[in-house]
Every structure is written in structure tokens, then in C-alpha cells.
Design a binder for this molecule. Structure first.
Ligand code: F6P
Length: 439
């Protein structure tokens, strides 16, 4: 039998004996979800069955239920009624998901009645008086060409009892919720109310967030499109910064708690000299602070490019209440930083030509790029298969490159963050050359 471990061994010229210039960046790396220690190994197999086939005892290993079609389904398609709702902030690909759900359910399962609820959970609550939208292949033709959602959206949850009343009155058997963590909290309450009433209504989510902050879902749909769009702002700011003496480009990007958009957009351009994200605290003032480091760099190199995630540096500002989804309303750190940079350079008597760009909603209101469109279709197919097979209280996800079923409770149990000790942030430090800590 072939020794697979031996076949995977990498040849070495010898032991490393010289201190690496990068060692200062490796603060306390060890194996985490985001980083694999050198002494560890990335497993070749990623399913329990494949590992078991090697004769390794794996019964105790945790694993996700795989997504995909089942040969036996729970719902009789000819009698199944489906509802679709899109909730929360916009995200590229919402229309792709709606269309793919409708086409898969109609063309492959033979479902005959699909309705869309208008403006998120409001459309499922009687007092808003919003009629449902009938969805069939004609109604969704070409919608993937457009950003936004044909169903409209809204922030905030509604009374789950009223929502389940609505589902009962419409004889809905399957509800698809396309939304972020707040909307999935609502979906969980709907599923629990369904269970309390002894109903058999499947509640299946397709997780949506441009911030890529839903755990157990390696990458959320729309994220790639959003950070791709964000690169245009960085490119523009960099062109401006390099054209003027002591030019500074400052771009603020969405990312309430997670700096993934800022990190990926900055890496894509590879022109950023600084990336500031909520997960990595930084000092602004003092000799080791960001402002002085920036001043020195501009004096030395003639320009600098700074990318900030909107959730960064909130400790320098005062909190501003919460929105309808329960999210803390962020203060505008980008504008604050622009003011502080101008003050710092003026106080040091150094000219600064700062160009500030906040592309804001423009990165999430666009249609999905081709990669995200493919991903949306495949997520929608997985969601349709799961629901028709009678799965509920779950969202579809992608883990280690495979489509999986994730319990809603798990998907809302934590937040996916950029790990300051992980390999993504290390890539940012390598690409920007910024110090690991501003203190
Ligand atoms: O949650 C996704 C997100 O894009 C955040 O990055 C951003 O802070 C927020 O939505 C803004 O959305 P809205 O203005 O609709 O609340």
C-alpha cells in the first residue's frame, strides 16, 4: 500500500538556522482556524468517510451534514407552497439567489406556488399590508442582471407569532430566508414558533453579508463582488496620492465588526501602506502611534495609501445608539481620521495633500460578479435540496470547499473575524509593510 504521508512530505535543503526578517510579524502563531502551525498538518481528507477509509478511528470527529440533492425527499412538490424573503442590508447576488431558488424549485422539483414577501419580515406582518409577489420563471427572468433585490428589504425582526400566522394563512410549507445574522436570529425564532405550534414548515436560510462575518461559512456570497468594487476606490485614491507632493490616499470601506473587505481590497491592489481594521487596535498618538508613522513615511517616500474599515477606531469616538437590526450605529471614523491626519501634519509643519474616498453603499448595490453569481446559484440549489428533503432551522454554507448544512443556532453563535494572529492579517502586514502594532 502507498504511504500517502511519505508522498506528501516536502523536500528540505537543510535546517533553517538564520533569523527571518519576518519573525517580528509572527507574534504568537499556533494552529487556529485561520493559521496552521509549521509542525501541524493540513489534512488531505476532509470527510469522516474518507478518513475512516484509512482505518483511522473517527467516530468522535465533529462534522457538518453535506449539502446536495437527496434521492428521497420529504415534501410532495405538487402540494408544496414556498415563500422567499430577503432581509437586512443589500448584498450583490440577492437576485441571483431568488432566481435560482425559483428555477430549481419549479423546473426540477415541480413546485407550483412560490411567493415572495416584500421588504423583509415587514412583508410577513399583517399591519404593513404588503401583498405577496407571485414568483415563477417569467417573473424572475433576467433579475440577476441587477443589484439589490426585486423583493425589497428592511432591517429589523418582527413578531414571530404574526409571521407564522402569515405562513399558516398562505399554507406555506417552506420558507427561505436570505439574510444576515440578525435576520437569521429572526429565522430561528420563526422555526421555534413553527415547532411550538406543531407545524411542519421548513425554515432554511441562505446567509448574506458583504462583511463575510458569518461563522462556519468560509466566504459569504457578494463578498468577492463587494471587495472587488472597493478596489476601484483604492486605485483612484492611490493615483491621486502619487500625483501630488506628500499625497495621502485615505479610503474607508464597509465592515462593521470585521475587516475582511478592507484586507482583501487592500491586498488586491497591493498599493496600501496601512490597513486599519476593528480587530486590531491601534494607537493614533505618540511616537509609536499611527499618525507619526504616517508622517514619517510621507516625508520619506512622498506619499502614502491608507485603507480603513468603518468599524476601526470606534474607541476614539462616542457610540451613537443602535439600528433596527440591533447593530451599534457607527460614528464616521474615516472623516475623524482625515481631520486628525490634517491636524498632525499641520502641527509638524509638513504639507499634506489628502484625498478621502468613502465608496460606502456603491460596493454592495452592484450586481454580483460572475464568481459570486455561480456561488449564489449553487447556494440556492443546496438550499432548495435541503428544504425539499425536510431539513429546517439551518442555513446552507460552504466549509473546506464543500456545500454543507449549518444549524442556524451555530451560524449566529459567534462572528467571523480577521484573526490578528492568522495568515490573512500576516499577508496584510507583509503587503503593506506596516508595523504589527501601533503603540
Ligand atoms: O452589515 C453589512 C453592512 O454592509 C455593514 O458593513 C455596514 O455597516 C452596514 O451594512 C450598513 O448598512 P445600513 O446603512 O443599511 O444599515
Amino acid at each position: 500500500m502507498v504511504d500517502e504521508r511519505a508522498r506528501l512530505e516536502i523536500a528540505r535543503l537543510g535546517e533553517g538556522r538564520i533569523d527571518s526578517p519576518l519573525s517580528a510579524l509572527l507574534r504568537r502563531q499556533g494552529t487556529t482556524w485561520h493559521y496552521v502551525d509549521e509542525a501541524d498538518r493540513v489534512l488531505l481528507e476532509d470527510t469522516v468517510a474518507l478518513v475512516a477509509a484509512r482505518g483511522v478511528p473517527v467516530a468522535e470527529l465533529p462534522g457538518f451534514e453535506p449539502g446536495g440533492p437527496r434521492s428521497k425527499i420529504y415534501f410532495d412538490p405538487s402540494k408544496t407552497r414556498v415563500g422567499i424573503v430577503t432581509c437586512g442590508g443589500l448584498c450583490p447576488g440577492l437576485n441571483d439567489v431568488i432566481r435560482a431558488l425559483v428555477l430549481e424549485l419549479t423546473n426540477h422539483y415541480g413546485v407550483r406556488r412560490i411567493v415572495g414577501f416584500r421588504n423583509g419580515y415587514q412583508g410577513m406582518t399583517a399591519r404593513y399590508g404588503r401583498p405577496v409577489v407571485d414568483l415563477d420563471p417569467d417573473a424572475v427572468a433576467g433579475i440577476n442582471e441587477y443589484g439589490g433585490t426585486i423583493l425589497g428589504t428592511s432591517r429589523g425582526n418582527q413578531d414571530p407569532d404574526e409571521i407564522v400566522d402569515c405562513l399558516e394563512q398562505l399554507s406555506i410549507n417552506v420558507l427561505f430566508v436570505i439574510g444576515g445574522d440578525g435576520s437569521m436570529r429572526g429565522a430561528l425564532r420563526i422555526a421555534e414558533t413553527v415547532a411550538e405550534r406543531g407545524l411542519r414548515i421548513a425554515v432554511v436560510g441562505v446567509p448574506k453579508t458583504i462583511d463575510n462575518d458569518i461563522p462556519y461559512i468560509e466566504r459569504s456570497f457578494g463578498f468577492q463582488t463587494a471587495f472587488g468594487k472597493a478596489t476601484e476606490a483604492i486605485r483612484a485614491a492611490h493615483v491621486e496620492a502619487t500625483a501630488f507632493p506628500n499625497g495621502i490616499g485615505l479610503v474607508q470601506l464597509m465592515g462593521r465588526h470585521s475587516g475582511f473587505i478592507a484586507c482583501y481590497a487592500a491586498l488586491a491592489n497591493n498599493d496600501a501602506d496601512y490597513v486599519l481594521i476593528p480587530e486590531v487596535p491601534f494607537a493614533l498618538d505618540g511616537p509609536g502611534g499611527f499618525l507619526e508613522h504616517l508622517r514619517r513615511r510621507v516625508v520619506d517616500r512622498g506619499h502614502a495609501m491608507v485603507v480603513v474599515a468603518e468599524g476601526a477606531g470606534q474607541e476614539y469616538l462616542t457610540a451613537n445608539g443602535r439600528d433596527a437590526s440591533g447593530n451599534v450605529r457607527l460614528e464616521d471614523f474615516g472623516r475623524y481620521l482625515r481631520g486628525r491626519i490634517a491636524e498632525h501634519f499641520a502641527a509638524a509643519g509638513v504639507e499634506a495633500n489628502l484625498k478621502y474616498i468613502d465608496p460606502s453603499y456603491t460596493i454592495r448595490s452592484v450586481p454580483a460578479d460572475p464568481y459570486d453569481s455561480v456561488y449564489c446559484i449553487r447556494l440556492a440549489h443546496a438550499a432548495a435540496h435541503a428544504a425539499m428533503a425536510g431539513r429546517t432551522e439551518m442555513v446552507v454554507g460552504r466549509w473546506r470547499g464543500r456545500f454543507v448544512h449549518v444549524p442556524i443556532a451555530l451560524a449566529i453563535s459567534s462572528r467571523n473575524l480577521v484573526d490578528p494572529d492568522g495568515d490573512l492579517w500576516l499577508s496584510v502586514l507583509e503587503a503593506t509593510g506596516q508595523p504589527p502594532v501601533f503603540a
